[in-house]
Design a protein around this ligand. Structure first.
Ligand SMILES: NC(=O)c1ccc[n+]([C@@H]2O[C@H](COP(=O)([O-])OP(=O)(O)OC[C@H]3O[C@@H](n4cnc5c(N)ncnc54)[C@H](OP(=O)(O)O)[C@@H]3O)[C@@H](O)[C@H]2O)c1
Length: 339
């Protein structure tokens, strides 16, 4: 198997650091590795697989001879460099929202729709963090009973908004406990001891972009019929890592809790934690640093009856929501010789 030359764009960010850690843990093989950032971190050092690398400022020529770029440097940076990467024959695996809904760009969750990778034309997108964990839990249920409509409510951690947001939760919490004034910067209202029902900007229909990402990306990845209806409310909560989601689904066919639990227990990337007699259900802290999406509180939905289920799912947004799936895509692209 050919070993790629890999560049990590945004290597100093929260997601970038996780990408490097997971690459080491998964023993991703490469010929050469290059770490790229903005001018701010250029010249700093990072160690990967026992070797010290100097961060380079990303420029078009940085992508000469690079086969695969793992990018987590924001949408504008991805848009800036994507043509330069593709022009040079490289494959961009992008964490940002820049290209996710473009027709020629596969939006892939490894283990769910790997075949779509074959259609790439130089850019592959990694889904939004809330979408990734949702689909790992949904797909086995969809295969059993076919989704008709769904309502998702997300409780998203601050790390989903990057390093600055993590620091803001720490500083805001400290200020609140010390009775000091605090002016939020990353969030529109104080995040400490609060829940903010707004992530990203509002769109014309009153939903936020984050909510519409869940709706549109889910349909694209799962190749759902256009008449499947999905609605989402996304809230930011004062949790450092891991997103939680309450999901209510109506299916075309009847589906029981036992059938759902069995299907989920045998599904890739999912761990069922569902034992209410012993107070066992998944929470954000349990998922931090772990690979699976944890599913619990599986029950028949009271509004949808025998055709409906409700469940709670939790996943590490930095891993399955971003870095882990990115590195898994890189591995599949290498195995499938798609670079
Ligand atoms: N956090 C999540 O859970 C999550 C999940 C899915 C997707 N994403 C997406 O992943 C991306 C990064 O998120 P993050 O949370 O890791 O953000 P972050 O912690 O703020 O890191 C941003 C990274 O991008 C680099 N960067 C910024 N501007 C650049 C430029 N002009 N050229 C080259 N590099 C540049 C920064 O380098 P410097 O050190 O030089 O500033 C840093 O390495 C975003 O698009 C985000 O939407 C994040």
């Amino acid at each position: 198997m050919k070993k790629p030359n890999i560049a990590v764009l945004g290597a100093t960010g929260v997601v970038g650091r996780h990408i490097l850690e997971i690459m080491q843990n998964m023993h991703i093989e490469y010929e050469n590795l290059k770490l790229l950032s903005s001018v701010k971190s250029a010249g700093t050092k990072m160690t990967v697989n026992g070797r010290e690398y100097t961060l380079e400022e990303a420029k078009p020529e940085s992508f000469d001879d690079v086969n695969i770029v793992l990018a987590s440097a924001g949408a504008s940076t991805s848009k800036l460099f994507a043509p330069e990467i593709v022009k040079r024959g490289g494959v961009l695996i992008d964490n940002s929202s820049a290209f996710r809904m473009e027709k020629d760009v596969p939006l892939v969750i490894v283990g769910m729709n790997d075949e779509d990778l074959k259609n790439h034309k130089g850019i592959i997108s990694n889904p939004n963090c809330s979408t990734s964990q949702l689909i790992l839990a949904l797909k086995p249920l969809h295969e059993l009973a076919k989704i008709k409509r769904m309502i998702v409510t997300t409780y998203q951690s601050v790390s989903g908004a990057g390093l600055a947001a993590i620091n803001e939760l720490k500083e805001n919490t400290k200020a609140k406990l010390e009775n000091k004034d605090f002016t939020p910067v990353k969030f529109v209202q104080p995040i400490a001891f609060n829940v903010i029902p707004q992530i990203d900007s509002f769109t014309e229909n009153g939903y936020t972009k984050e909510e519409m990402k869940v709706v549109n990306e889910t349909k694209k990845i799962m190749h759902l019929d256009s008449d499947v209806q999905i609605s989402c409310t996304a809230a930011r909560v004062p949790v450092f890592v891991s997103h939680s989601e309450a999901v209510d689904v109506e299916f075309v066919e009847n589906i029981s809790v036992v059938e759902a639990r069995n299907a989920l227990s045998n599904s890739f990337g999912v761990t069922v934690v569902d034992d209410i007699d012993n107070m066992k259900f998944p929470t954000a802290i349990q998922a931090e640093g772990k690979d699976p999406v944890y599913v619990g509180r599986i029950r028949q939905n009271l509004a949808f009856g025998n055709k409906g289920l409700s469940f709670w799912c939790v996943g590490d947004n930095l891993r399955i929501g971003a870095a882990l799936n990115t590195v898994r895509i890189c591995k599949r692209v290498t195995e499938m010789e798609l670079f």
